[in-house]
Design a protein around this ligand. Structure first.
Ligand SMILES: [Zn+2]
Length: 391
């Protein structure tokens, strides 16, 4: 039996025709539903009065070009979100495993564009925790042959995650090798999504890439001191030059005074944490205590929230589960599934610790996007995958 497709109102759509003067606009009232694109009359056509062109309601969604029955396709997406492996999904939903892979690919591409539209700006984000989560493609690092090491597409793969600790919103996800560049890209993305506001409190582990990332993205070069006349025309100039070379690059970088960055290093004995070292890397102690005072999430320097979301993600993503026989064979699909699960988590996943008690004693559940004031309701997976994005 078919389930009824998620019925989006016409106001959720926009004209996809790039030559149309109303292209991409949702509020012009230029659109109406007119006819269907399939014989069974389940997929509506959206007609634009301005350019007199029409397109399927699936254009720009994760279901674009999908021939599979609607209810089966949604079921595949829901299983993917719940961390079922691709082969198991194929068996459960009774579709070919390659169909599952194709849908996973579409969901990932769609999720990136969704995130860029829905979390283009997160005005409430002010406490960012960053972490890297390990996974592997095909083989673990020590199983790689010399040849495979050279090619570099198999082996360790790290998700670099930046999370708003207060709302639990995943602000940015950068999958890749564990390099400084990945951290620099992560922080660049955070900066863009918070519109370059500098009153941000960052925390992470002691991976050096983050420190570099903050310096490169938020730092300004200190203006070099003018050389005095005396220095300019005597041998002292040479001395001054020499001195300049010995200055470490970071001393030439000036960070905004309101920015704070602190790290946490945990020493473990077996599975027990025996020692926690907290370091204030950038910013003043006064600012740090101000940030901790105003924080809805933290009382001390910590990375608990991003570690928690990494744990949640592992349970939702079969290919990132530890000590299990799931793994990815290609990094492209691995990354795309990561985007789909990570970014739809913001809108579809309710976080227990974000729930609010109502007057009658029951709870109002909240998603990270609701806590970050980017959404007013819990989204279903069907609602997520059928929302059109600009291509
Ligand atoms: Zn149009």
């Amino acid at each position: 039996m078919d389930t009824l497709p998620f019925q989006r109102p016409i106001t959720d759509f926009f004209c996809h025709n790039q030559e149309c003067p109303d292209h991409g606009l949702k509020t012009k009232g230029n659109l109406k539903f007119q006819g269907f694109s399939d014989k069974r009359k389940t997929i509506r056509m959206v007609y634009c009065r301005t350019c007199k062109k029409s397109h399927s309601e699936r254009k720009g969604t994760a279901l674009s070009g999908v021939k599979l029955r609607y209810d089966k396709a949604i079921s595949v997406f829901e299983h993917l979100r719940e961390g079922v492996g691709q082969r198991a999904i194929g068996r459960l939903v009774k579709v070919d495993k390659d169909t599952v892979a194709r849908l996973a690919y579409k969901a990932g591409k769609h999720a990136v564009l969704m995130h860029n539209e829905l979390v283009e700006y997160s005005p409430k984000s002010r406490e960012i925790q960053m972490d890297e989560k390990w996974a592997f493609i095909g083989k673990k690092k020590n199983q790689l042959s010399e040849e495979e090491k050279k090619v570099g597409n198999l082996g360790d793969r790290w998700d670099h995650v930046a999370q708003d600790a207060e709302s639990r919103l995943i602000l940015s996800l950068i999958p890749g090798k564990r390099t400084d560049q990945a951290c620099i890209d992560l922080i660049k993305d955070v900066k863009e999504r918070t519109r370059s506001r500098a009153d941000i409190y960052f925390t992470s582990d002691e991976h050096p890439g983050y420190e570099k990332g903050i310096e490169i993205n938020y730092g300004k070069k200190r203006r070099k001191k003018r050389k005095s006349k005396l220095k300019r025309n005597t041998h002292q100039l040479e001395l001054w030059k020499e001195e300049e070379i010995t200055v470490t690059p970071s001393a030439l970088i000036q960070l905004p005074p309101e920015l704070v960055y602190a790290t946490v290093r945990k020493t473990r004995k077996g599975s027990r944490i025996v020692k926690v070292v907290q370091t204030l890397v950038f910013g003043a102690v006064m600012m740090l205590s101000f940030f901790l005072e105003r924080s809805k999430a933290s009382k001390t320097i910590n990375t608990s929230f991003v570690e928690r979301v990494n744990g949640t993600d592992r349970s939702q993503n079969a290919r990132k589960r530890r000590k299990a026989n799931f793994f990815s064979r290609k990094h492209e699909i691995h990354d795309l599934v990561g985007y789909f699960i990570g970014y739809s988590y913001n809108f579809c996943w309710t976080v227990r610790t974000l729930r609010k008690k109502k007057l009658d004693g029951s709870f109002r559940q909240n998603t990270p996007a609701m806590a970050a004031k980017l959404s007013d309701h819990i989204w279903s997976v069907a609602e997520w995958v059928t929302r059109p994005v600009k291509l």
